[in-house]
Design a protein. Structure first.
Length: 392
Protein backbone atom coordinates (compact mmCIF):
# COMPACT_ATOMS: atom_id res chain seq x y z
CA UNK A 1 0.00 0.00 0.00
CA UNK A 2 1.38 3.42 -0.84
CA UNK A 3 0.62 6.75 0.83
CA UNK A 4 -0.93 9.24 -1.60
CA UNK A 5 -0.56 13.01 -1.58
CA UNK A 6 -1.45 15.83 -3.93
CA UNK A 7 2.15 16.96 -4.36
CA UNK A 8 5.37 15.18 -3.49
CA UNK A 9 8.37 17.49 -3.14
CA UNK A 10 11.53 15.40 -3.26
CA UNK A 11 14.61 17.22 -1.96
CA UNK A 12 14.22 20.00 0.59
CA UNK A 13 17.06 22.30 -0.51
CA UNK A 14 16.77 25.67 -2.25
CA UNK A 15 14.29 24.47 -4.89
CA UNK A 16 12.14 22.12 -2.78
CA UNK A 17 11.74 24.57 0.10
CA UNK A 18 11.10 27.48 -2.28
CA UNK A 19 8.42 25.46 -4.06
CA UNK A 20 6.71 24.58 -0.76
CA UNK A 21 6.72 28.28 0.15
CA UNK A 22 5.36 29.47 -3.20
CA UNK A 23 2.63 26.79 -3.23
CA UNK A 24 1.36 28.07 0.10
CA UNK A 25 1.61 31.69 -1.02
CA UNK A 26 -0.37 30.82 -4.15
CA UNK A 27 -3.21 29.65 -1.89
CA UNK A 28 -2.78 25.89 -2.32
CA UNK A 29 -3.13 25.33 1.41
CA UNK A 30 -5.83 22.68 1.03
CA UNK A 31 -3.47 20.41 -0.95
CA UNK A 32 -1.75 17.57 0.90
CA UNK A 33 1.95 18.10 0.35
CA UNK A 34 4.79 15.80 1.39
CA UNK A 35 8.30 17.24 1.63
CA UNK A 36 11.02 14.60 1.58
CA UNK A 37 14.74 14.86 2.19
CA UNK A 38 17.46 12.46 3.12
CA UNK A 39 18.27 14.29 6.33
CA UNK A 40 17.57 17.52 8.20
CA UNK A 41 19.79 20.45 7.23
CA UNK A 42 22.60 21.49 9.50
CA UNK A 43 24.70 24.64 9.36
CA UNK A 44 25.57 26.99 6.52
CA UNK A 45 26.35 24.59 3.69
CA UNK A 46 26.26 27.31 0.99
CA UNK A 47 25.78 31.02 0.41
CA UNK A 48 23.43 32.18 -2.31
CA UNK A 49 24.21 35.41 -4.15
CA UNK A 50 22.05 36.88 -6.86
CA UNK A 51 20.90 40.23 -8.18
CA UNK A 52 17.41 41.62 -8.51
CA UNK A 53 15.73 44.96 -9.02
CA UNK A 54 12.90 44.60 -6.51
CA UNK A 55 12.31 42.69 -3.34
CA UNK A 56 13.10 39.02 -2.96
CA UNK A 57 10.35 36.66 -1.76
CA UNK A 58 12.89 36.02 1.01
CA UNK A 59 13.91 39.66 1.54
CA UNK A 60 13.98 39.43 5.37
CA UNK A 61 16.55 36.63 5.00
CA UNK A 62 18.95 38.74 2.91
CA UNK A 63 22.17 38.90 4.95
CA UNK A 64 23.97 41.58 2.91
CA UNK A 65 23.12 43.69 -0.16
CA UNK A 66 25.34 45.86 -2.34
CA UNK A 67 24.46 48.59 -4.85
CA UNK A 68 27.85 48.56 -6.49
CA UNK A 69 30.41 45.97 -7.48
CA UNK A 70 34.06 46.04 -8.46
CA UNK A 71 35.13 44.30 -11.66
CA UNK A 72 38.77 43.69 -12.56
CA UNK A 73 39.28 42.31 -16.04
CA UNK A 74 41.91 42.56 -18.75
CA UNK A 75 43.11 46.18 -18.88
CA UNK A 76 39.82 47.25 -17.34
CA UNK A 77 38.99 47.86 -13.71
CA UNK A 78 35.92 49.67 -12.51
CA UNK A 79 33.46 50.06 -9.69
CA UNK A 80 30.08 49.61 -11.35
CA UNK A 81 26.74 50.83 -10.13
CA UNK A 82 24.18 48.02 -10.29
CA UNK A 83 21.11 50.22 -9.98
CA UNK A 84 18.26 49.45 -10.37
CA UNK A 85 19.63 46.05 -9.33
CA UNK A 86 21.17 45.09 -6.03
CA UNK A 87 23.50 42.20 -5.45
CA UNK A 88 22.22 40.18 -2.48
CA UNK A 89 23.41 37.36 -0.29
CA UNK A 90 21.34 34.81 1.58
CA UNK A 91 23.14 32.42 3.89
CA UNK A 92 21.66 28.94 3.64
CA UNK A 93 21.74 28.57 7.44
CA UNK A 94 19.25 31.47 7.69
CA UNK A 95 17.13 30.03 4.89
CA UNK A 96 16.95 26.58 6.50
CA UNK A 97 16.30 28.09 9.96
CA UNK A 98 13.40 30.12 8.55
CA UNK A 99 11.84 26.90 7.21
CA UNK A 100 12.38 25.06 10.51
CA UNK A 101 10.02 27.65 12.03
CA UNK A 102 7.68 28.03 9.06
CA UNK A 103 7.04 24.40 8.10
CA UNK A 104 5.45 23.24 11.40
CA UNK A 105 2.87 26.04 10.97
CA UNK A 106 1.73 24.64 7.59
CA UNK A 107 -0.82 22.03 8.57
CA UNK A 108 -1.14 20.65 5.01
CA UNK A 109 2.61 19.99 4.66
CA UNK A 110 4.11 16.84 6.09
CA UNK A 111 7.87 16.17 6.26
CA UNK A 112 9.63 12.84 6.06
CA UNK A 113 13.30 11.90 6.03
CA UNK A 114 13.90 9.16 3.48
CA UNK A 115 16.72 8.22 1.12
CA UNK A 116 14.91 8.31 -2.22
CA UNK A 117 16.12 5.91 -4.92
CA UNK A 118 13.62 6.64 -7.68
CA UNK A 119 11.02 9.19 -8.75
CA UNK A 120 8.85 7.70 -11.48
CA UNK A 121 6.00 8.68 -13.74
CA UNK A 122 3.01 6.39 -13.27
CA UNK A 123 0.82 7.77 -16.04
CA UNK A 124 -1.88 9.55 -14.05
CA UNK A 125 0.27 9.91 -10.92
CA UNK A 126 3.90 10.04 -9.80
CA UNK A 127 5.66 7.53 -7.56
CA UNK A 128 8.55 7.97 -5.17
CA UNK A 129 10.48 4.96 -3.94
CA UNK A 130 12.79 5.08 -0.93
CA UNK A 131 15.70 2.82 -0.07
CA UNK A 132 13.80 1.36 2.91
CA UNK A 133 11.03 0.17 0.56
CA UNK A 134 8.58 3.00 1.25
CA UNK A 135 6.47 3.84 -1.82
CA UNK A 136 4.64 7.16 -2.03
CA UNK A 137 2.32 8.50 -4.67
CA UNK A 138 1.21 11.96 -5.69
CA UNK A 139 -0.70 13.72 -8.38
CA UNK A 140 2.63 15.42 -9.17
CA UNK A 141 6.18 14.88 -7.96
CA UNK A 142 8.65 17.78 -7.99
CA UNK A 143 12.16 16.47 -7.56
CA UNK A 144 15.45 18.31 -7.07
CA UNK A 145 17.42 15.11 -6.47
CA UNK A 146 20.19 14.63 -9.00
CA UNK A 147 20.49 10.86 -9.46
CA UNK A 148 23.28 11.05 -12.07
CA UNK A 149 25.68 13.74 -13.30
CA UNK A 150 23.99 15.90 -15.95
CA UNK A 151 26.69 15.30 -18.54
CA UNK A 152 29.94 13.51 -19.21
CA UNK A 153 33.13 14.70 -20.84
CA UNK A 154 33.46 13.13 -24.24
CA UNK A 155 29.85 13.60 -25.33
CA UNK A 156 30.50 15.46 -28.58
CA UNK A 157 27.00 16.95 -28.76
CA UNK A 158 27.18 18.95 -25.54
CA UNK A 159 29.54 21.10 -23.52
CA UNK A 160 30.24 19.73 -20.09
CA UNK A 161 31.92 22.32 -17.87
CA UNK A 162 31.92 22.90 -14.13
CA UNK A 163 32.05 25.95 -11.96
CA UNK A 164 33.99 24.99 -8.86
CA UNK A 165 35.27 27.07 -6.01
CA UNK A 166 36.67 27.30 -2.54
CA UNK A 167 35.62 30.23 -0.39
CA UNK A 168 36.80 31.34 3.02
CA UNK A 169 35.01 33.71 5.34
CA UNK A 170 38.06 35.57 6.59
CA UNK A 171 38.31 37.88 9.57
CA UNK A 172 41.14 40.40 9.18
CA UNK A 173 42.86 42.08 12.13
CA UNK A 174 42.53 45.48 10.39
CA UNK A 175 39.90 47.09 8.17
CA UNK A 176 40.57 45.43 4.81
CA UNK A 177 37.24 45.55 2.97
CA UNK A 178 34.86 48.20 1.69
CA UNK A 179 31.51 46.94 3.06
CA UNK A 180 29.62 48.91 0.37
CA UNK A 181 31.32 47.24 -2.60
CA UNK A 182 31.30 43.56 -3.50
CA UNK A 183 33.84 42.29 -6.01
CA UNK A 184 31.90 40.41 -8.67
CA UNK A 185 34.83 39.14 -10.72
CA UNK A 186 38.51 39.79 -10.16
CA UNK A 187 40.52 38.20 -12.95
CA UNK A 188 43.89 39.42 -11.59
CA UNK A 189 44.90 35.82 -10.88
CA UNK A 190 46.97 33.44 -13.04
CA UNK A 191 44.70 32.10 -15.80
CA UNK A 192 45.15 28.38 -16.57
CA UNK A 193 45.04 27.07 -20.13
CA UNK A 194 41.46 26.29 -21.14
CA UNK A 195 40.09 27.57 -17.83
CA UNK A 196 38.53 30.73 -16.46
CA UNK A 197 39.70 31.78 -13.00
CA UNK A 198 38.57 34.69 -10.87
CA UNK A 199 37.88 35.74 -7.30
CA UNK A 200 34.71 37.04 -5.62
CA UNK A 201 34.95 39.21 -2.53
CA UNK A 202 31.72 39.60 -0.60
CA UNK A 203 32.32 41.87 2.38
CA UNK A 204 30.18 41.48 5.51
CA UNK A 205 31.88 44.44 7.21
CA UNK A 206 35.26 46.20 7.07
CA UNK A 207 37.00 43.23 8.73
CA UNK A 208 35.08 40.22 7.41
CA UNK A 209 34.39 38.89 3.92
CA UNK A 210 33.68 35.74 1.97
CA UNK A 211 36.55 35.48 -0.49
CA UNK A 212 36.05 32.81 -3.10
CA UNK A 213 38.51 31.46 -5.67
CA UNK A 214 36.40 30.29 -8.61
CA UNK A 215 37.23 28.26 -11.70
CA UNK A 216 35.22 27.40 -14.81
CA UNK A 217 36.75 24.32 -16.43
CA UNK A 218 36.14 20.84 -17.76
CA UNK A 219 37.40 19.10 -14.62
CA UNK A 220 37.00 19.93 -10.94
CA UNK A 221 40.00 20.36 -8.63
CA UNK A 222 40.96 18.70 -5.37
CA UNK A 223 40.29 21.01 -2.39
CA UNK A 224 43.99 21.66 -1.70
CA UNK A 225 44.53 23.09 -5.21
CA UNK A 226 42.52 26.23 -4.42
CA UNK A 227 44.30 27.04 -1.15
CA UNK A 228 47.55 28.51 -2.50
CA UNK A 229 45.92 30.78 -5.11
CA UNK A 230 43.37 31.91 -2.52
CA UNK A 231 46.11 32.71 0.01
CA UNK A 232 48.11 34.48 -2.73
CA UNK A 233 45.08 36.63 -3.64
CA UNK A 234 44.48 37.58 0.00
CA UNK A 235 48.10 38.61 0.31
CA UNK A 236 48.70 40.33 -3.05
CA UNK A 237 45.40 42.08 -3.60
CA UNK A 238 44.06 42.59 -0.10
CA UNK A 239 47.39 42.89 1.72
CA UNK A 240 46.37 40.17 4.17
CA UNK A 241 49.01 37.85 5.58
CA UNK A 242 47.28 37.16 8.85
CA UNK A 243 43.60 36.44 9.20
CA UNK A 244 41.28 33.92 10.77
CA UNK A 245 39.29 31.58 8.53
CA UNK A 246 35.85 31.47 10.14
CA UNK A 247 34.06 29.30 7.57
CA UNK A 248 34.83 27.41 4.39
CA UNK A 249 32.62 26.85 1.35
CA UNK A 250 33.54 24.30 -1.28
CA UNK A 251 31.22 23.98 -4.26
CA UNK A 252 30.72 22.44 -7.68
CA UNK A 253 27.97 23.63 -10.05
CA UNK A 254 27.35 22.21 -13.53
CA UNK A 255 27.78 24.54 -16.50
CA UNK A 256 26.35 22.51 -19.31
CA UNK A 257 23.98 22.65 -22.23
CA UNK A 258 23.21 18.93 -21.84
CA UNK A 259 19.48 18.31 -21.92
CA UNK A 260 18.10 17.65 -18.46
CA UNK A 261 15.23 15.17 -18.25
CA UNK A 262 13.31 18.02 -16.66
CA UNK A 263 9.80 16.66 -17.21
CA UNK A 264 8.57 13.11 -17.53
CA UNK A 265 4.80 12.82 -17.33
CA UNK A 266 3.84 13.56 -13.74
CA UNK A 267 7.45 14.07 -12.63
CA UNK A 268 8.81 17.60 -12.82
CA UNK A 269 12.44 18.17 -11.94
CA UNK A 270 13.33 21.45 -10.33
CA UNK A 271 16.50 23.20 -9.18
CA UNK A 272 19.87 22.19 -10.57
CA UNK A 273 18.47 18.72 -11.38
CA UNK A 274 15.77 20.39 -13.49
CA UNK A 275 18.17 22.50 -15.53
CA UNK A 276 17.54 25.69 -13.51
CA UNK A 277 21.25 26.49 -13.33
CA UNK A 278 22.27 29.09 -15.93
CA UNK A 279 24.81 27.18 -18.04
CA UNK A 280 27.00 30.21 -18.74
CA UNK A 281 27.23 31.54 -15.18
CA UNK A 282 26.18 28.86 -12.68
CA UNK A 283 23.68 31.24 -11.06
CA UNK A 284 20.64 29.25 -9.94
CA UNK A 285 18.90 30.77 -6.93
CA UNK A 286 16.86 33.41 -8.77
CA UNK A 287 15.98 31.04 -11.58
CA UNK A 288 14.70 28.60 -8.97
CA UNK A 289 12.50 31.36 -7.54
CA UNK A 290 11.08 32.20 -10.95
CA UNK A 291 10.50 28.57 -11.85
CA UNK A 292 8.91 27.50 -8.57
CA UNK A 293 6.70 30.60 -8.54
CA UNK A 294 5.57 29.76 -12.09
CA UNK A 295 4.78 26.17 -11.05
CA UNK A 296 2.76 27.37 -8.03
CA UNK A 297 0.90 29.93 -10.14
CA UNK A 298 0.04 27.33 -12.79
CA UNK A 299 -1.26 24.83 -10.24
CA UNK A 300 -3.29 27.50 -8.45
CA UNK A 301 -4.89 28.44 -11.78
CA UNK A 302 -5.62 24.80 -12.64
CA UNK A 303 -3.04 24.73 -15.42
CA UNK A 304 -0.28 22.21 -16.03
CA UNK A 305 2.95 22.94 -14.13
CA UNK A 306 4.93 21.81 -17.19
CA UNK A 307 7.00 24.45 -18.95
CA UNK A 308 5.61 25.90 -22.12
CA UNK A 309 8.03 26.26 -25.07
CA UNK A 310 9.33 29.80 -25.35
CA UNK A 311 11.28 31.53 -28.11
CA UNK A 312 13.02 33.70 -25.52
CA UNK A 313 14.22 30.65 -23.56
CA UNK A 314 15.37 28.90 -26.73
CA UNK A 315 17.31 32.01 -27.78
CA UNK A 316 19.08 32.29 -24.45
CA UNK A 317 19.82 28.56 -24.40
CA UNK A 318 21.61 29.16 -27.71
CA UNK A 319 23.59 32.08 -26.22
CA UNK A 320 24.60 29.86 -23.29
CA UNK A 321 25.77 27.09 -25.62
CA UNK A 322 27.69 29.57 -27.73
CA UNK A 323 29.55 30.96 -24.72
CA UNK A 324 30.39 27.44 -23.54
CA UNK A 325 31.61 26.62 -27.05
CA UNK A 326 33.84 29.70 -27.12
CA UNK A 327 35.45 28.59 -23.85
CA UNK A 328 35.54 24.87 -24.64
CA UNK A 329 37.11 25.34 -28.06
CA UNK A 330 39.33 28.16 -26.77
CA UNK A 331 38.05 30.55 -29.41
CA UNK A 332 38.55 33.40 -26.95
CA UNK A 333 39.76 33.59 -23.37
CA UNK A 334 37.15 33.83 -20.62
CA UNK A 335 38.82 36.88 -19.09
CA UNK A 336 38.53 38.63 -22.45
CA UNK A 337 34.88 37.67 -22.96
CA UNK A 338 33.76 38.86 -19.50
CA UNK A 339 35.87 42.03 -19.77
CA UNK A 340 34.21 42.88 -23.09
CA UNK A 341 30.79 42.28 -21.60
CA UNK A 342 31.29 44.53 -18.58
CA UNK A 343 33.49 47.19 -20.22
CA UNK A 344 31.31 47.70 -23.29
CA UNK A 345 27.79 47.50 -21.90
CA UNK A 346 25.91 49.27 -19.15
CA UNK A 347 26.01 46.89 -16.18
CA UNK A 348 22.21 46.75 -15.94
CA UNK A 349 22.08 45.52 -19.55
CA UNK A 350 24.53 42.69 -18.79
CA UNK A 351 22.49 41.66 -15.75
CA UNK A 352 19.23 41.83 -17.70
CA UNK A 353 20.85 39.73 -20.44
CA UNK A 354 22.00 37.12 -17.93
CA UNK A 355 18.49 37.16 -16.46
CA UNK A 356 17.14 36.49 -19.97
CA UNK A 357 15.02 39.64 -19.78
CA UNK A 358 16.56 41.54 -22.70
CA UNK A 359 14.87 42.56 -25.95
CA UNK A 360 16.26 41.32 -29.27
CA UNK A 361 17.78 44.75 -29.85
CA UNK A 362 19.61 44.67 -26.52
CA UNK A 363 20.84 41.17 -27.31
CA UNK A 364 22.31 42.45 -30.57
CA UNK A 365 24.11 45.17 -28.59
CA UNK A 366 25.51 42.56 -26.19
CA UNK A 367 26.58 40.31 -29.09
CA UNK A 368 28.31 43.15 -30.88
CA UNK A 369 30.32 43.95 -27.73
CA UNK A 370 32.22 40.64 -27.73
CA UNK A 371 34.74 39.08 -30.13
CA UNK A 372 32.36 38.68 -33.09
CA UNK A 373 34.56 36.30 -35.02
CA UNK A 374 34.91 33.89 -32.11
CA UNK A 375 31.21 34.06 -31.31
CA UNK A 376 30.00 33.65 -34.89
CA UNK A 377 32.27 30.60 -35.36
CA UNK A 378 30.96 29.20 -32.09
CA UNK A 379 27.35 29.82 -33.17
CA UNK A 380 27.94 27.86 -36.38
CA UNK A 381 29.58 25.03 -34.41
CA UNK A 382 26.70 24.86 -31.92
CA UNK A 383 24.06 24.82 -34.66
CA UNK A 384 25.97 22.02 -36.39
CA UNK A 385 26.11 20.01 -33.14
CA UNK A 386 22.35 20.45 -32.77
CA UNK A 387 21.72 19.29 -36.32
CA UNK A 388 23.91 16.23 -35.74
CA UNK A 389 22.12 15.48 -32.47
CA UNK A 390 18.72 15.81 -34.17
CA UNK A 391 19.51 13.77 -37.28
CA UNK A 392 22.13 11.37 -35.92
C1 LIG B 1 28.54 25.84 -2.24
C2 LIG B 1 27.55 26.34 -3.25
C3 LIG B 1 27.36 27.71 -3.39
C4 LIG B 1 26.43 28.19 -4.34
N1 LIG B 1 26.28 29.54 -4.48
C5 LIG B 1 25.35 30.00 -5.36
C6 LIG B 1 25.13 31.39 -5.47
O1 LIG B 1 25.81 32.20 -4.86
N2 LIG B 1 24.16 31.81 -6.32
C7 LIG B 1 23.39 30.95 -7.04
O2 LIG B 1 22.50 31.39 -7.78
N3 LIG B 1 23.64 29.63 -6.98
C8 LIG B 1 24.58 29.13 -6.15
N4 LIG B 1 24.79 27.78 -6.05
C9 LIG B 1 24.05 26.90 -6.98
C10 LIG B 1 22.63 26.57 -6.50
O3 LIG B 1 21.91 27.73 -6.18
C11 LIG B 1 22.61 25.68 -5.29
O4 LIG B 1 23.29 24.48 -5.54
C12 LIG B 1 21.18 25.36 -4.84
O5 LIG B 1 21.24 24.84 -3.56
C13 LIG B 1 20.49 24.40 -5.80
O6 LIG B 1 19.23 24.08 -5.27
P1 LIG B 1 18.60 22.64 -5.44
O7 LIG B 1 17.36 22.63 -4.65
O8 LIG B 1 18.58 22.28 -6.87
O9 LIG B 1 19.67 21.65 -4.79
P2 LIG B 1 19.97 21.48 -3.25
O10 LIG B 1 19.83 22.77 -2.53
O11 LIG B 1 21.29 20.78 -3.19
O12 LIG B 1 18.79 20.53 -2.73
C14 LIG B 1 18.72 19.17 -3.10
C15 LIG B 1 18.19 18.42 -1.89
O13 LIG B 1 18.00 17.05 -2.23
C16 LIG B 1 18.37 16.25 -1.14
N5 LIG B 1 18.71 14.92 -1.62
C17 LIG B 1 19.74 14.56 -2.42
N6 LIG B 1 19.71 13.24 -2.68
C18 LIG B 1 18.62 12.75 -2.02
C19 LIG B 1 18.04 11.46 -1.92
N7 LIG B 1 18.57 10.39 -2.55
N8 LIG B 1 16.91 11.32 -1.18
C20 LIG B 1 16.34 12.38 -0.55
N9 LIG B 1 16.86 13.63 -0.62
C21 LIG B 1 17.98 13.82 -1.35
C22 LIG B 1 19.57 16.98 -0.55
O14 LIG B 1 19.77 16.61 0.81
C23 LIG B 1 19.16 18.43 -0.72
O15 LIG B 1 18.52 18.95 0.41
C24 LIG B 1 25.69 27.28 -5.14
C25 LIG B 1 25.94 25.92 -5.00
C26 LIG B 1 26.85 25.45 -4.07
C27 LIG B 1 27.08 23.96 -3.98
Amino acid sequence: MSDCFDYLIVGAGAAGLSLAYHLQRAGLTSKRILLIDRAPKAGNDRTWCFWEAGESPFEPLVFRRWERVAFHGENFSAVLSLLPYRYKMIRSADFYAFFEDWLPLQTNIERRFLDVVAVEDGGDHARVIARDGTVLCGEWAFSSVMFAPPCAQGDAQVHCWWQHFLGWVVRAPRAAFDPETATLMDFRVAQGEGEVRFVYVLPFDAHTALVEFTVFSRAVWAREAYCDPLRAYLCEHLGLREYAVLEEELGVIPMTDARFAAEQGRVIRIGTAGGDTKPSTGYTFQRVQRRTQAIARALAQGRTPRRQPSFRRARHALFDSVLLNVLDERRDRGVHVFTDLFARNPTARVLRFLDEDTSLLEELCVMSSVNMRAFLTATAAVLLKRLRAAFG
